[in-house]
Design a protein around this ligand. Sequence first.
Ligand SMILES: [Zn+2]
Ligand SMILES: [Zn+2]
Length: 511
Amino acid sequence: MYAKSVFCLLSLVCYSVSSQTIYVEPKSPTPEQLDFLKKYGYLPEVPPDADAAYTVSSMSEAVRKMQAFAGLPETGTLDDETKQLFKRKRCGVKDIESSSTSARSRRYILQQSWNKRYITYRVVNGSSTLDKSRVEELLEKGLAVWAPFGNLSFSGIEQGRADIQVSFVSGDHGDGFPFDGPGRVVAHAFPPPHGAMHFDDEELWGDNPEEDDEDVTDFFAVAIHEIGHALGLSHSNVKGSVMYPYYQTPVESLHWDDILGMQELYLQDQEETAVVTESPGSQTSLVPRFTKPGSDEDENYMPDLCMTNYDTLQVMNDKIFVFEEEWVWVLRDRHVMEPGYPKRFHDVFRGLPANITIIKTIYQKQNRNILIFSGQNYWEFDSTFHFIKKGSLSDYSIPDEVPELTTVFLSNYNNKTYLIEEERYWRYDESAGRMDERFPKEMSMWRQVPYPVDAAVVWKGDTFFFQGPRFWRFDNELVQAHEYYPLPTAQFWFDCESTSDMDRYITNDGP
Ligand SMILES: [Zn+2]
Ligand SMILES: [Zn+2]
């Protein structure tokens, strides 16, 4: 009770909005309940030791929001029904995105689609109670439920990197969102272009279990929800929708709210593109018909370098190149932007085919030529960006079955070129013009380095690896990443202030 009155003394709101505080239950939330409210976006995050900064009214408001989202009476107090919510099985993805994030970056982080119709998926493993082939069948069934509403087509692959990668993992599994053992959080998934879908392997996963069997979690019911995230949908507060965050069974089909979400993400753009492409001659007259409010804004849309995952980075001509979507930024030094950037990379690398819409793999050879890889081909430019020729991965003796390389870099340690495909890599000797023997090797040889890596660069003598919004520095002597990494890329490489929003984004690039 003493702590309680301190809350009130510190808070003017508490006294000035007395009507709100009348309903506040004398008991404060437990630390677990407080964590829940913060984790799912109902309470603004504060440093761990500053929980006392929450006022009674902000706490009550948070509880009210949580009740509203779950479809419970909005009492603002921790009644029994509300307390049950804290313990229920649910998805680990946030319910409410921080309101202080600007609308644009929020949309960017959350609401993006795959921007294509054909999407691949891969089941990496099964769970201890559900074998991989059954997981594949159930996932396929779930994808088939979503497909028609986005005019999408899914195909399963056995190897390599799929758009949607599905795996069973437990505890801390390396993405910054550790699972919590049996119960409560059972799964989470990342929106495009990440697309990973993780299921907590400590749950007892079942195939259509008895409805009253609380110990067993129905895989299909959870998978169909996580597919929604992997397609770019956020949580819905509409009870009965597939995107409702709490575990519910049985789920057979999409709710109108899920369908609306899919239309917004996939169908509107497809319709516009289809009509405009069909009549190229009359494009200008057609465009106004399809101009929606806000589309001017879309034309000027540019990703925020401080709040994103990066398609790739590379050091070329002793400058740092950063690629994200159709843009390239160039920095002379960390934090020092080259004037005139960002530019569209197609305006820099003229001669690159228009169907290359992002650059994920690029590097500069010893002779200073620049290679951009896409699929099984590469495009070679000189160091002043003049197009030279197109080549194929087979020029590097990369086997035909490799669909694409994820990262290529030239090591200053041994002057060899490392060609990385997701979980394995080859080493190429440029001066001898051949692949070194006994490759490929596993990426796990690079200890403490995450994979697949988005980028590997050599900067001022050090080797750095990048994945999502984070980077690692590699120690060539110890053959492992330095232990105080990863660090956030935005603040260490670009001119980005460290804000609480950004800190949250760095540890929160998905769920
Ligand atoms: Zn979810
Ligand atoms: Zn995960």
